[in-house]
Unconditional design. Structure first.
Length: 243
């Protein structure tokens, strides 16, 4: 797969500021994957999606800050009868405004470990000391409602799904450049330097994997939100015509 050039951000401020921590990671910044060709379809993509009866799961991956959540929020708003979201389990506590059963299934470490031992999870991940998992039941609930289940998960989760018989669609959301991703993450100003460093390190791993793996059939570059969204819709319209 052809990759784009690598961009880095110069060091700023004090040695322990988030900008400087991020810049140190950016010195060895990975390439970012280029967009794959937009599939050719016959007819209007939105109309095809609304008429779809295919319930294939869709795996969405991409580094933090790339805009996955914004794209998916728009997708659910425009196609509420087509797509459903799998509700993950997590051992972290709820944040302000989050509700159990709507945003996450909040659980404790022991209960999570028990569910894992009983094989209830399709995939699990750990971030910042908290466990996250997607259960088979949460995906089945969406499919039972006649919808295609969206799984927004990390690379390891995507690999786990690829080993099942779910026949999922795999899509990677990529930034236009590493410098842009770096800017988005540092610009949020909502995380400590350690948290920012962890997210950038995870981004390095995800981008390197996406460049060197054939797991993701489709790569959508989120440079312009509307352009990226229209490509995502076209990709999904193409894939959900296939059982």
């Amino acid at each position: 797969m052809t990759t784009s050039s690598v961009c880095a951000q110069p060091a700023i401020d004090t040695p322990h500021s988030p900008a400087t921590v991020a810049s140190k990671l950016a010195e060895a910044s990975p390439p970012v994957p280029m967009a794959t060709p937009t599939p050719e379809i016959t007819g209007d993509a939105a109309a095809l999606l609304n008429a779809s009866t295919c319930s294939r799961p869709v795996v969405i991956c991409g580094p933090s800050g790339v805009g996955k959540g914004t794209l998916l929020k728009k997708l659910f708003a425009e196609f509420p009868s087509v797509f459903g979201f799998s509700i993950s389990h997590t051992t972290r506590g709820p944040r302000p405004g989050e509700e159990n059963g709507r945003d996450y299934h909040f659980t404790n470490v022991d209960a999570f470990a028990q569910d894992l031992a009983e094989g209830k999870f399709i995939e699990t991940a750990t971030f910042s000391g908290n466990r996250y998992g997607t259960s088979f039941e949460s995906v089945r609930n969406v499919i039972s409602a006649g919808k295609s289940c969206i799984l927004e998960i990390d690379i390891q989760g995507a690999i786990s799904v690829s080993k099942t018989d779910m026949n999922a669609v795999f899509i990677f959301i990529s930034p236009p450049s590493y410098a842009e991703l770096h800017s988005r993450l540092t610009g949020r100003g909502t995380e400590t330097s350690d948290q920012l460093a962890a997210r950038l390190q995870a981004a390095n791993t995800e981008l390197e994997f996406a460049c060197g793996s054939d797991l993701f059939k489709h790569i959508v570059v989120n440079d312009d939100l509307e352009v990226a969204f229209q490509k995502l819709v076209t990709v999904l319209a193409s894939e959900l015509q296939q059982q």
